[in-house]
Design a binder for this molecule. Sequence first.
Ligand SMILES: [Zn+2]
Length: 142
Amino acid sequence: MKKILNVESPREHYVAKATILWCFDARFANALEKYKAMTPQYIFDVIKVAGGVKSIATPESKIDSDREFVVEQITASIKLHKSEAIVIMAHDECGAYGGKRDALDFYLEELEKGEKFLGERFPEKKVVKLFVAFDGIYQIEE
Ligand SMILES: [Zn+2]
């Protein structure tokens, strides 16, 4: 093998402020970086899957394997990095939902479903719900 890049990675272990469940749609990669940059003193664990909250709210798989995979990932983040909260996101025109647009109520309902599911599986964790539009990130108030 040959080294293709010089890059330093920290060896120190860390505590994660939250575990973020985000869609892998690269159009919203910058929004994720900006969200994390709002609190630069904290470190986050990020799980990127198609649809973000969809994997737990309305999983494709009938046998719940999508859900269980994501639950395992969140569990690992909590165990390894003592993550304090879970941030779930849905975004406008998400391809995992067939690109639904002008469907804010639909996406808010998905976030509600995701929060309910996580509340059952991780009752001790705070859940933060985000809707990401093309012009910004909106936090859903309780
Ligand atoms: Zn998406």
